[in-house]
Design a protein around this ligand. Sequence first.
Ligand SMILES: [Fe+2]
Length: 345
Amino acid sequence: MIFETVATGGCRSYVVGCEATCAAVLIDPELGQIDRYIALTAREGLRIRYLIDTHTHADHFSATQQLARQLGVPVVMHAASPAPFVDLRLRSGELLVIGKLRLQALHTPGHTRDSMCLCVEDRVFTGDTLLIGGTGRTDLPSGDAGALYESLFEGVLKLDPALKVFPAHEYKGRSHSTIGQELAENPRLQKSDRGTFIEMMQSLNLTMPTHITEALRTNMTGGKTVAQMLSEASAGVPFMSLGELNARIESGSDDLIVLDVRERDAFEAGHILGARLLPRGQLELRVNEELTDPTRRILVYCEFGRVSTLATATLRQMGFQGAVALDGGMKAWREAGYAVKAGKE
Ligand SMILES: [Fe+2]
């Protein structure tokens, strides 16, 4: 078995590959590491055959859907997953065939309703059901402390004590533990009485993960993150530096329409010399009156350089092939000490 761990902060993804056939699976991939997974499997001579999420993640952005599009391979989750983009829904006990390897799913609801663990040879991928010295929390959407108790004490903990445990999170840099070690040492598993366990899980008072609404929105629906929208927009857009724009304005060159896409009050409080106001929210409505020549070069700016990237991408889609986004925004422009004009257009 070829095996690799990719750690992103406290999140863990795993590559499991069959040496004999070069087939591999990717477990719990994270959106920011897509190039790393592709590079790593290429280096190992592996071809990814399945993309698996052990559950609906609330704390990181899953890369399964994007990788599925890129690689043309199925996304696998438990049958209880709400995500519409899942191609293969496993039920407890079912196997995935990866060359000569057999990966077996074990439904372990509790952290989420769709949580599953995956056993292959000498190891088990426990998702957020069982962590090293801990368990997944049960206070997020579809979490259930009673279900987690059953999944652990009637499920995972009954597996071979020698099985190596590889969780979806590890914050102290340990690579893995074993079922036996967790049974003996995991503080949360010492309360083997159901009522006490539930009470303990319900009184943890954990803070909510950052980005929880965005993570649940994108992981449950297959929708895009804000960062994805921006990166897709910026991939098709050229940029102009603050210094270049300033030099053009100072030289009196008028080959450029400078377009401010912020709201009117921000524009009137201070804008770039000679800029025209066309708020992002009105772009499509007013573009035909305001920008009559599609061949003109149009420099678009906003406050931080993000909304202007989206606006520039929209303009280019509409045929304004001379649209350019400012690399930075009005905030960076002011901080650089370049000239600002207040007042109406
Ligand atoms: Fe989780």
